[in-house]
Design a protein around this ligand. Structure first.
Ligand code: MN
Ligand code: MN
Length: 458
């Protein structure tokens, strides 16, 4: 990269020839398939594990000894995945990690969801993650998830995706009668308890609408109303990921936060050239609600994975895991906030990311005085810049919106707490956390290139 006095920020498509553009478009066609087939953390985990196994990765529990070049993964409760390609170098000298999350904001069914009101059958939900509630009304919705019986039988449910499936929706008041709703502030216009899914309307002589619907569910899935107690049913937009724009340069889809970085990370690991360092990819759950629980990044299940590698590599001396962490480097692969042309006042333009300008580095996250921030040290930012620049990867450095407007975090601080050098690095998104998030295909590919180069760094 040319060393000039001033930092010239240019659009990534300007230096993209036809061949590269086709490469980017083909990559994103596969990414779109991934989005459509993996709308929940469970579905994404399954696709990731299948892809890993097809590329020679083995479940770490089936392996006794690990050597240079071996590939292993750990699937944590069907909702998060850790994968590694073993290097020749000792782990305590540091490993290269890229970590994304595969959960997305959505509506979860309550444990007692079914009820009848105003002669219609509905399901109650509790939203998961930061959503703008009004965006979830009057759109087609699908239900994905599992119901587990007391005997352990697990029933997988996906309804609303196939063109022949019915879909579901949350109703909203007609404008003619919305005077009271209009009086509310936008954040209060739709309440959490208003996010009820319409699922049926036919009664019979003997049965209410609700009973009739439960009967249909029982016939179709062999589950009774009490079985909702032990279910995880997620309500997500039923529409498909699509190419966006006359120039076909963008993607609109549900769940790009953070399955865009997860996909780029997976492909980068599979395509990475052999390195003496061990390369580790993380696909975590529960990021959207604080990385909590046994499938979230704060759980020690990831430490178990690293310990297993150390043990099976014959390097698990006292303190080895801490030394490994303290000498390692990581990209926290999560999305950033691209400038929205309709809401530019939310961004400080010099420190904002633009879609199509390459993968985004966030030196720090947090909010209001960097509270809760994971702030990468300058030495590490310099190193990451060096990796990107020598590999001709287009990147931009930004922060999440104007000071004191809000903020956010990722899994970065959790790994930084363990002693790693970590920086946030992901794809800028417009309409983040909405049912239809927008990304640039250029940035999706830049993220892939960035993660691959980072994995390969000696
Ligand atoms: Mn995210
Ligand atoms: Mn998010």
């Amino acid at each position: 990269m040319e060393n000039t006095v001033m930092n010239k920020k240019t659009n990534g498509w300007l230096n993209t020839d036809e061949k590269k553009k086709n490469l980017i478009f083909d990559f994103c066609d596969e990414y779109i398939k991934f989005l459509n087939n993996g709308k929940t953390e469970r579905e994404a985990s399954k696709i990731i594990v299948d892809e890993l196994e097809n590329n020679g990765f083995k479940n770490i529990n089936t392996v006794d000894k690990l050597d240079d070049g071996d590939k292993v993964y750990m699937l944590n409760r069907d909702k998060s995945v850790y994968a590694a390609i073993i290097g020749s170098d000792s782990m305590v000298n540091g490993i290269n990690l890229v970590g994304a999350h595969i959960d997305s904001p959505r509506l979860d069914l309550k444990p007692n969801p079914l009820y009848e009101d105003a002669k219609l059958a509905l399901l109650k939900t509790h939203y998961y993650g930061g959503i703008k509630k009004y965006q979830w009304t009057t759109i087609p919705l699908a239900i994905h998830g599992v119901v587990v019986k007391p005997n352990g039988d697990k029933i997988n449910i996906v309804i609303g995706e196939d063109d022949n499936d019915p879909i579901f929706t949350i109703t909203d008041i007609l404008p003619h009668l919305a005077q009271e709703q209009y009086e509310n502030k936008i954040g209060k216009a739709i309440k959490g308890e208003d996010l009820n899914i319409l699922i049926g309307s036919i009664p019979t002589e003997e049965k209410s609408v609700k009973e009739n619907i439960m009967n249909i569910i029982y016939e179709k899935y062999n589950i009774g109303e009490i079985d909702f107690y032990s279910s995880e049913l997620e309500v997500v937009p039923a529409f498909k990921a699509r190419t966006l724009g006359f120039d076909r340069s963008m993607i609109a889809a549900y769940g790009q936060d953070d399955r865009v970085c997860a996909y780029a990370c997976l492909k980068a690991l599979l395509d990475a050239n052999k390195n003496s360092k061990t390369m580790v990819a993380i696909f975590s759950d529960k990021e959207e609600i604080g990385s909590v629980g046994n499938t979230g990044m704060r759980s020690e299940v990831f430490d178990l994975f690293v310990n297993e590698i150390l043990t099976k590599k014959g390097e698990n001396t006292p303190g080895a895991i801490n030394k490994t962490y303290c000498n390692s480097m990581m990209l926290s692969a999560d999305v950033g906030a691209g400038v929205d042309p309709n809401y530019q006042s939310a961004s400080e333009q010099n420190n904002a990311s633009f879609i199509g300008y390459g993968v985004e580095l966030n030196k720090y996250t947090g909010s209001g005085g960097k509270s809760g921030a994971s702030d990468a040290n300058a030495e590490f930012v310099g190193k990451v810049r060096g990796i990107f620049e020598k590999n001709n990867i287009k990147y931009q450095v930004a922060e999440l919106g104007k000071v004191d407007l809000g903020g956010g975090g990722t899994i970065a601080y959790i790994l930084a707490d363990k002693g790693m050098d970590v920086i946030d690095c992901g794809v800028p998104v417009i309409s983040m956390h909405s049912p239809y998030e927008v990304t640039s295909k250029y940035d999706v590919y830049s993220a892939y290139e960035a993660y691959k180069a980072f994995f390969e760094e000696e």
